[in-house]
Design a protein around this ligand. Structure first.
Ligand code: FAD
Length: 453
């Protein structure tokens, strides 16, 4: 078994771990990054589809307000390009497909007004939540209800509720009845606004990274002094007041401190000796990973563009809930991205891949016509099946968890520090949040008790 002596061990070579390592190294700290997979990037992963062309099977979009990642991309010699969004969007509900423009489908005036009002209410409430300490906010009582409970009280029409359900599924990969209303408000606050979360142009789906987002992690890893220790799943962490021993398959890393950047559910599967305080273990029992199956259907050309469609659509009938034009910047080949989210992803995840592929083809055909029926190629990733993610886009809290266990999300325990997109107070759950959390954990180590970055 190889043994490494270092100042800080970082577990996980996703954006959080690599950002922590980079920030620590910049201050002269010796760091070893330990990663279970045979690659860096975690929940970002590139899939090559021909010479110089790449699709993202994990996190892909960046947008305004995500200042850290937008600065980092050019710093690493990378570029972004705009998400294709020209033309009309489509919505399918009760077997009927309608066209619309903008973010919210104009299905009927009453529903539209109700959705508008609900979104304004949510914005107003979210502004009152402190993203650093949501459990202490004056709205902490919202942790007693799900978003569904809140929606049933404030939104009367079924159409408006369907639209809000679609929005929840798209952002959290979960159902309105799964999520604490306080968590929803925290998340909106952490991103800045609900519009930013939902919008394509000018919002979180604004742009993509040329060459794929995994390149960000690859470049960060290349810049580190020590190579990332790949294929080394961490199983145990032995710790005392000022020393840790990280035990991975085939590797032992002795360090003064450790940064654990795994989603809480996976952090809870590591064995800690001595055992962690009950509040921290309870937290890892409560944060649930969302469910997403990301699929891409590849066609010779983006034929929907010629028909005046943007490729963006949403379906209340499902099982695919959202689609996007995910073609490379030159529009060749044509790629339709389709997501199964929340319950639909859990259900479809149990089906054979060929059946799932047919479900996607059927949905795309209803939306975009017969040309969508037979793609040249179909790609998919069932994130809940991935041993080192167990779901995505990220973790969320059901009712009761923020107020009972929330303070254990970021609070370090002796030499153990917590990072990862789930622990971010800005853009929680996003690549930007992962970077913020990694830098915050590094700052904790560099200046204990200092101001967060
Ligand atoms: C399908 C999908 C679409 C998404 N879309 C977007 C988007 O468009 N925009 C956006 O900003 N975000 C998006 N996200 C979310 C974004 O990708 C994540 O928030 C971000 O990449 C998380 O980074 P992280 O470093 O916190 O966690 P991770 O990337 O999960 O990194 C944790 C690392 O720890 C490793 N690990 C796990 N267990 C162990 C162990 N026991 N020992 C050692 N290593 C271990 C994992 O392999 C992983 O590499 C999406 C995610 C998915 C999956």
């Amino acid at each position: 078994m190889e043994t490494i002596e270092t100042d800080v061990a970082v577990i996980g070579a996703g954006l959080a771990g690599l950002s922590a390592a980079r920030a620590l190294e910049a201050e002269g700290v010796d760091v070893s990054v330990i990663e279970a997979r045979d690659r860096v990037g975690g929940r970002t992963v590139n899939e090559p589809i021909g010479v110089g062309k790449v699709l993202d099977l994990g996190g892909q979009w960046v947008g305004p307000g995500q200042d850290r990642i937008l600065e980092l991309i050019p710093e690493l010699g990378l570029e972004t390009y705009s998400t294709f969004g020209e033309g009309l969007n489509l919505i399918e509900r009760k077997g009927k497909v309608s066209k619309y423009s903008g973010t919210i489908p104009k299905v009927n005036p009453v529903a539209l007004a109700e959705v508008g009002l609900a979104l304004k209410r949510i914005e107003r409430l979210a502004a009152k939540v402190d993203p650093e300490r949501p459990w202490e906010s004056e709205l902490a009582h919202f942790d007693r209800m799900t978003f569904d409970t809140w929606m049933r009280r404030h939104v009367r029409t079924a159409v408006a509720r369907d639209l809000l359900r679609l929005a929840i599924e798209a952002v959290w990969a979960a159902e309105p009845e799964d999520i604490s209303m306080l968590h929803m408000l925290f998340y909106v606050r952490s991103a800045g606004s609900l519009d930013l979360l939902l919008d394509t142009e000018g919002g979180a789906q604004d742009s993509r990274v040329l060459g794929g987002t995994q390149l960000i992690s690859k470049r960060l890893a290349e810049g580190l002094a020590r190579p990332v220790c790949l294929e080394s799943p961490v199983r145990r962490i032995l710790w005392s007041g000022d020393r840790v021993m990280v035990l991975a398959d085939g590797l032992r890393v002795a360090a003064d401190e450790v940064v654990v950047t795994l989603p809480p559910v996976l952090a809870g599967r590591i064995s800690y000796e001595p055992a962690l305080p009950a509040i921290r273990d309870g937290l890892t029992q409560r944060m649930i990973q969302g469910s997403v199956i990301k699929t891409m259907s590849i066609y010779p050309t983006p034929f929907w563009r010629e028909q005046g469609f943007s490729g963006q659509s949403t379906s209340a009938d499902g099982p695919v809930s959202v689609t996007f034009d995910n073609s490379p910047p030159d529009g060749s080949p044509g790629v339709l991205l389709a997501f199964f989210e929340g319950k639909a992803a859990r259900d479809a995840g149990e089906l054979p891949g060929s059946v799932r592929q047919q479900l996607v083809a059927d949905c795309l055909t209803r939306l975009f016509g017969e040309e969508a029926a037979n793609p040249d190629r179909y790609l998919e990733k069932v994130w809940a099946d991935d041993e080192w993610a167990r779901g995505c886009y990220g973790g969320y809290f059901p009712p009761g968890a923020w107020t009972s266990h929330g303070r254990a999300l970021r609070e370090s325990i002796g030499p153990i520090h917590w990072a990862g997109a789930e622990t971010a107070s800005e853009w929680a759950g996003y690549m930007e949040g992962a970077i913020q959390s990694g830098r915050r954990a590094a700052a904790e180590i560099l200046a204990p008790g200092g101001a967060p970055v």
